[in-house]
Write a protein that binds this ligand. Structure first.
Ligand SMILES: CCCCCC/C=C/C(=O)SCCNC(=O)CCNC(=O)[C@H](O)C(C)(C)COP(=O)(O)OP(=O)(O)OC[C@H]1O[C@@H](n2cnc3c(N)ncnc32)[C@H](O)[C@@H]1OP(=O)(O)O
Length: 414
């Protein structure tokens, strides 16, 4: 006989050394803890019926099952352990004939109830059920081990210019045109919109934007301006403004924490959007450049409103009017960047941190972001609208057209 009736545990021989009914076999001291523990057991009536023609298990199979049970790594839970206890008792002693324990002897009573509920189940059938139950636990554990070993990162389908993956509750949106320094083409704007919509709805806790290769992003792809048919520049400007407005609106409205991992130089719109991100981590190789006047253009991404708020008007003027390129350390000192990391350890340090952030309660983060950003949303949409209206005119100006022509003649690299 293997049970230790006076104690709060099911014997090791029955359920394995990791499978005690209550941890450490401790006895229940107070009434409250007894009640809680019994509630936790949540024991349903155990009705085990033999299927008509089940094959008889041998004594050897039954003993093997007992050994396998000891090797389980995961605790199967009190409910299953009670079933195992009851089946073991039935298999080795037959139907329950011992007197019913008192109402306040919670554990003994739970065990007695489980055994008694087996009624007149034969000892052979109890062995059979015991062996089947152990076998199902063993195969559940081995299939969960296979799942755990599988790569966790899932890549989202349907993107060409960006790579979108989800892992550890983080959706990562990676600019992926390294040969163009990750310049944002029309297609990429649309794909980022789609990826943000997906990330807003999926199970991830946070979203991250980053770049593939040496650059974070070289801003708007200047080819976006050269692809217009002759005589269609106005239409191109109008459509561009519509797309830009929608694109920036998705950053304004993004409901989860949005983190920029700035792996290298950032130019133009990829810099202005940082004001709409909740955290900006930068490698010490990153630089921050918004050469709008040099390109005959004007600020976007709500930077005309957010940059003065973040860094003060004087510093914002240097960047947005006079094209001052900031180092990562300067951008951090001015509040645009949260923290700078040495490039050598950048990815490792940042992703370890993000993994920890992404394990925080998802809904709490979302409502907190809403509190931090919500009041500003209306204002930000108004700013976005105005910036796009101004840019629409800029794109038709000689100043802008000349700057773009110069770039393609390779006279005016930034
Ligand atoms: C729907 C429309 C919305 C518009 C929103 C408004 C947004 C505004 C902005 O973002 S303004 C900023 C625009 N960006 C630039 O002006 C950057 C232009 N690029 C450069 O100055 C340089 O390429 C560089 C400094 C980024 C890198 O220089 P370098 O290291 O010498 O590399 P290459 O110049 O040889 O670059 C390799 C290859 O990539 C092409 N490329 C890089 N950036 C862009 C770009 N932004 N647009 C188009 N093409 C770009 C470059 O031309 C090279 O191509 P090639 O190999 O010569 O074919």
């Amino acid at each position: 006989m293997h049970t230790n009736e006076g104690k709060w545990k099911i014997s090791d021989e029955i359920v394995g050394s990791r499978c005690r009914l209550f941890k450490n076999g401790r006895s229940c001291k107070g009434r409250y803890s007894c009640v809680r523990r019994v509630q936790a057991l949540c024991i349903p009536a155990i009705h085990l019926h033999m299927t008509a023609a089940t094959m008889q298990v041998s004594q050897q199979d039954f003993e093997k099952a007992q050994e396998q049970l000891k090797l389980l790594k995961k605790d199967p839970g009190n409910e299953v352990k009670l079933k195992l206890y009851a089946l073991f008792k039935q298999a080795t002693e037959g139907p329950c004939n011992s007197p019913k324990p008192g109402m306040l002897d919670f554990v003994k009573k739970a065990k007695w109830d489980a055994w008694n509920s087996l009624g007149n189940l034969s000892q052979d059938n109890a062995k059979q059920k015991y062996t089947e139950l152990v076998s199902s636990l063993v195969s559940a554990e081995s299939s969960s081990q296979v799942k755990d070993a599988a790569p966790e990162e899932s890549r989202h389908d349907g993107y060409e210019t960006i790579i979108v993956t989800t892992k550890n509750n983080i959706t990562k949106i990676m600019f992926n045109r390294p040969e163009r320094k990750n310049a944002i083409s029309h297609k990429m704007y649309r794909e980022i919109i789609k990826a943000l919509e997906e990330a807003a709805k999926n199970d991830s806790t946070i979203a991250v934007i980053t770049g593939n290769g040496e650059y974070y992003c070289s801003g708007n792809d200047l080819n976006n301006f050269t692809n217009a048919e002759a005589g269609e520049t106005e239409k191109m400007a109008k459509n561009g403004a519509v797309l830009l407005k929608e694109f920036v609106a998705h950053f304004i409205d993004f409901p989860k924490p949005l983190i920029a991992v700035v792996n290298g130089p950032a130019i133009g719109i990829s810099v202005t959007l940082l004001g709409l991100c909740d955290i900006v981590y930068a490698s010490d190789t990153a630089t921050f450049h918004t050469p709008f006047s040099q390109l005959g253009q004007s600020p976007e991404g709500c930077s005309s409103y957010l940059f003065p708020k973040i860094m003060g008007l004087a510093k914002a003027n240097e960047m947005l009017l006079f094209n001052k390129k900031l180092t990562a350390a300067e951008a951090c000192a001015q509040g645009l960047v949260t923290e700078v990391f040495p490039d050598r350890t950048f990815q490792k340090e940042v992703w370890a941190r993000l993994k920890a952030y992404a394990s925080l309660p998802k809904n709490s983060l979302a409502v907190s972001k809403q509190l931090l950003r919500g009041l500003e949303k209306e204002k930000l949409h108004a700013v976005n609208n105005q910036e796009c209206e101004v840019l629409k005119e800029r794109w038709l100006s000689d100043e802008c057209l000349n700057a773009i022509v110069s770039f393609f003649q390779k006279k005016s690299k930034l």
